[in-house]
Design a binder for this molecule. Structure first.
Ligand code: XIL
Length: 334
C-alpha cells in the first residue's frame, strides 16, 4: 500500500482535500481517509448551496461531508461565507426585484442578509468547522485600490463590506474558529501587494482577521519559489497562513482541448510538486495546512474551466484513483 500523504507530512502540516458528497462514499472515500487529515467543502458551503432562497437553509450536502470528516477524525475547513460567485440572485435584489443600489439602506439590507446567513451557519456548525474563508477573491490588482469591483464593492462604493463581514463572523462564531481572507494568484507580486495592503488595513482598523489563504491554482510552468516569497512577505503581518486550493494545471497558457494528457507533462508535474512541497515544507512553521482542490483528476474543476479540457490532470491521483508522478513528487524522500 502507498504511504499515506498525511503520515509523510506529519511533522509539517495537515494535508487537506476539497471534496463533494460523491467523494465521501465508496473507493474515493477510502482514498480520502487514507491520505488526508482535513477536508474543505468544495461547493457545498457556498452561499447558493446553503441558502438558495432567502430564509431557506439547506445543510444536507454540507453535512454529508462534515459527518464523514468527523467520523474519520479529519479537520474541516469552511468555504466560503462571502463571494461574488455562486451567490443566489436574490441576495443582490430589493423587495421589488430591482438591483441593490449604492445607498445606506441597501448597504444595511445586504449586511443584514449576510448576518442572518452567517448566524444560521454558526448555529448549525459552531466550532465544528475549524476555519472559514470569510471573504473569497475580493482583490483585483488591476484596480488602483487593489480591490475587486464586484457587486459587493459597488453597493458599498468601496471595500468597507470586507471588515464588516469579518466583524459579523467574529461575533457569530466561537473565538477558536479561525477567520481567513482567501484569494488566488497571491504568489504574484501584484496580488501579493494587494493582499498585504488589505490585511494591513484590516488589522490597523482592528478588524478580526486571523489568516490569509493562498488558493495556489498554479500551472506546471509557474515558478514554485514565488509562493514561498509571498509566505515570507506575509510573516510581517503576524497572521496565520494556509494553502487552500492547490492544483497544478498541465495546460499551457490559453490552451484549449488536447486529445490526451501529454505524458511528459505528467512527469514535469511530478517534479513541480516535488519542488513546490520543498518550498512549503521549509515553511511548515508558517502554514496551518495545505489543501488540494480535489481528490483525483476526473473530478477536478479544471476539466471544465475556463474551457472544456479533458486532458487536464492537476491532482495527485488519476481518473482510476491511481497515484501519479505528482504523488511521488511529494513523498519522494530526497
Ligand atoms: C470551483 C469548484 O471547484 C467548481 O466545481 C465550481 O463549478 C466553481 O467553483 N476558486 C475558489 C473555488 O475559491 O470556490 C472555486 O471552486 C475554484 C476557484
Amino acid at each position: 500500500d502507498l504511504l499515506p500523504l498525511k503520515d509523510f507530512l506529519a511533522d509539517d502540516f495537515p494535508i487537506g482535500c476539497a471534496v463533494e458528497p460523491a467523494e465521501v462514499v465508496g473507493r474515493p472515500a477510502e482514498l480520502l481517509a487514507l491520505h488526508f487529515g482535513q477536508v474543505t467543502t468544495g461547493n457545498q458551503m457556498k452561499p447558493d448551496a446553503i441558502q438558495p432562497t432567502e430564509g431557506v437553509f439547506d445543510f444536507t450536502r454540507a453535512d454529508q461531508i462534515v459527518d464523514f470528516a468527523e467520523a474519520n477524525g479529519m479537520r474541516i475547513w469552511g468555504h466560503t461565507l462571502l463571494w461574488h460567485n455562486q451567490t443566489p440572485a436574490w441576495w443582490f435584489l430589493d423587495a421589488d426585484g430591482a438591483p441593490l443600489q449604492n445607498t445606506r439602506a441597501h448597504q444595511r439590507l445586504i449586511l443584514d442578509r449576510l448576518k442572518a446567513h452567517v448566524e444560521a451557519i454558526a448555529e448549525h456548525y459552531g466550532d465544528r468547522v475549524w476555519a472559514w474563508d470569510v471573504v473569497n477573491e475580493v482583490l483585483d490588482p488591476e484596480q488602483t485600490d487593489g480591490l475587486r469591483h464586484s457587486r459587493w464593492y459597488e453597493i458599498f462604493g468601496g471595500g468597507k463590506y470586507i471588515g464588516e463581514a469579518f466583524k459579523i463572523a467574529r461575533r457569530a462564531f466561537p473565538r477558536c474558529v479561525k477567520l481567513f481572507v482567501n484569494d488566488y494568484n497571491t504568489e504574484f507580486p501584484d496580488k501579493r501587494e494587494a493582499m498585504y495592503n488589505l490585511v494591513q488595513d484590516l488589522k490597523r482598523g482592528r478588524v478580526p482577521v486571523d489568516g490569509i489563504g493562498h488558493q495556489a491554482h498554479v500551472d506546471y510552468r509557474r515558478d514554485p519559489q514565488l509562493l514561498g516569497e509571498s509566505i515570507d512577505a506575509f510573516k510581517r503581518l503576524r497572521v496565520l497562513q494556509a494553502v487552500t486550493e492547490l492544483d497544478v494545471s498541465v495546460s499551457d497558457h490559453m490552451e484549449e482541448s488536447l486529445p490526451a494528457t501529454p505524458p511528459e507533462r505528467l512527469v514535469a508535474q511530478g517534479w513541480y510538486y516535488n519542488e513546490l512541497f520543498a518550498v512549503l515544507r521549509e515553511r511548515a512553521d508558517d502554514l496551518e495546512s495545505v489543501t488540494m482542490w480535489g481528490l483525483y483528476d476526473a473530478v477536478s474543476w479544471l476539466r471544465n474551466w475556463p474551457v472544456s479540457r479533458p486532458h487536464e490532470a492537476p491532482l495527485f491521483f488519476d481518473d482510476r484513483l491511481q497515484a501519479k508522478a505528482a504523488y511521488w513528487g511529494v513523498v519522494d524522500p530526497t
